[in-house]
Design a protein around this ligand. Structure first.
Ligand SMILES: Cc1ncc(COP(=O)(O)O)c(C=O)c1O
Length: 397
């Protein structure tokens, strides 16, 4: 059977035809030897206080801040490929498979702008899920089709409903993108890879976007980034904001088949990743950075187990919903008669925030999350404090 997927008929015609802006650094590189008088930069250097000694400046990446950053970020991309290379993959990941941007939020927006014609096309999402997919769609005047996670029954699985998604995609040719979050936010559950394969095996003219923001909190080697060289219509987004603890630098990235990555790179602003972000990101994904990430990740996982045990002993805590594959827990708050209840959850949430100074996230209004709070795993001290304050709140409300 001929493949329905055809990038030339899936991406927007204006993006396919786009001749990307050619910036100064595309023509000649900053190799340390050239005299750069082409980009209207300031050769006298960055305006930083003079008490920063020249030596310190020389030693640090601050010295080059008067220059525009590398528009292609090839070195960083190479490190990201090494991070997610999978020995079982027939085609290794290369920098041509990558888009890097200002958090995964830039990738979400870029993917929507690349494939969806405003006012015409649609995206599919699986609630409860990360809110930015729908917000980015709305900003771009794109309709959103919902195929919920499986939240029905006594023990809802929070799995994607592959058959229903397949049916929906087949029946609506205006849907160009299906966003799948794994591990899910707020479900905290890693999506079953066989269910994903069922989506990727579907013969349709659209893209599966897999959001792996929390992947390093799941089992080792859980990332499916290397699948982008197996499926022509898969994009896998990741970020340094979570397990790497670098939310402040705003670095997100998307692995994609080279042709798709090229389109995403064509439409981005030329210098979207700053030199400071790039330098810190390279440190974070270096061998020594990875060691630190793994130490922190292991502490978070230990704390996650501890918090599950402790919370389970509290009478007003109900079921843990979804999975334990991320750095947060989705947990039911019960009313006096033992039923998960939004009013009680909201009261506990507000009291925790306004009187006890502990901020968690109220998720009771999300599909399948009746009475739920989403609690991020903190340090040992923070978690102990959360537990003590939560017990106080339950005595008070
Ligand atoms: C599922 C998911 N994807 C993406 C993001 C955004 O990540 P970034 O900080 O890289 O924009 C978040 C942030 O909370 C998230 O939960």
């Amino acid at each position: 059977m001929a493949s329905e997927f055809n990038l030339g008929a899936c991406a927007r015609p204006n993006i396919l035809a786009l001749r990307p802006y050619r910036c100064a650094r595309d023509d000649y590189k900053d190799d340390g030897k050239n005299t750069l008088l082409d980009a209207n930069e300031n050769s006298y250097g960055p305006s930083l206080p003079s008490d920063t000694s020249d030596h310190e400046l020389e030693q640090s990446f601050l010295a080059g801040l008067n220059r525009y950053p590398d528009p292609h970020q090839t070195e960083l991309k190479q490190l990201l490929c090494s991070l997610r290379q999978n020995p079982s993959a027939t085609n290794p990941l290369t920098p041509a498979n990558l888009f890097v941007g200002v958090g995964s939020d830039e990738a979400i927006d870029g993917i929507i702008r690349c494939f969806c014609v405003p006012g015409v096309d649609k995206i599919l999402i699986c609630p409860p899920t990360y809110g930015m997919y729908a917000v980015a769609a709305q900003i771009n005047d794109i309709d959103v089709v919902h195929v919920p996670l499986d939240v029905e029954g006594q023990c809802p699985s929070f799995e994607i409903q592959s058959s229903l998604i397949r049916e929906t995609l087949q029946n609506d040719p205006r849907i160009k993108l299906a966003f799948i979050c794994s591990p899910g936010n707020p479900s905290g559950k890693l999506v079953d890879s066989e269910r994903l394969r069922r989506l990727l095996d579907l013969n349709w003219n659209g893209i599966i976007v897999l959001d792996e923001a929390y992947i390093d909190f799941a089992s080792d080697n859980a990332s499916l980034a290397h699948w982008v060289n197996e499926y022509p219509n898969l994009v896998v987004m990741q970020t340094l904001s979570k397990a790497f603890g670098m939310a402040g630098i705003r670095l997100g990235f998307a692995f994609a088949p080279a042709e798709i990555a090229r389109l995403l790179n064509n439409l981005k602003a030329p210098y979207n990743v700053s030199s400071v972000t790039s330098a810190l990101a390279k440190q974070a994904v270096s061998q020594s950075g990875l060691k630190v990430m793994k130490q922190h990740r292991n502490l978070i996982l230990e704390q996650r187990n501890w918090l599950v045990d402790q919370l389970a002993q509290i009478k007003r805590i109900g079921r843990f919903m979804g999975g334990h594959d991320a750095n947060f827990l989705l947990v039911e708050i019960l009313d006096g008669s033992g039923v998960p209840d939004n009013l009680t959850a909201k009261k506990a949430y507000t009291r925790l925030a306004e009187i006890k100074g502990i901020i968690v996230r109220y998720r009771g209004d999300e599909l399948g999350c009746q009475g739920c709070l989403r609690i991020t795993i903190g340090t040992e001290r923070e978690n102990a404090k959360l537990l003590a304050r939560l017990e106080e709140v339950f005595r008070e409300i």
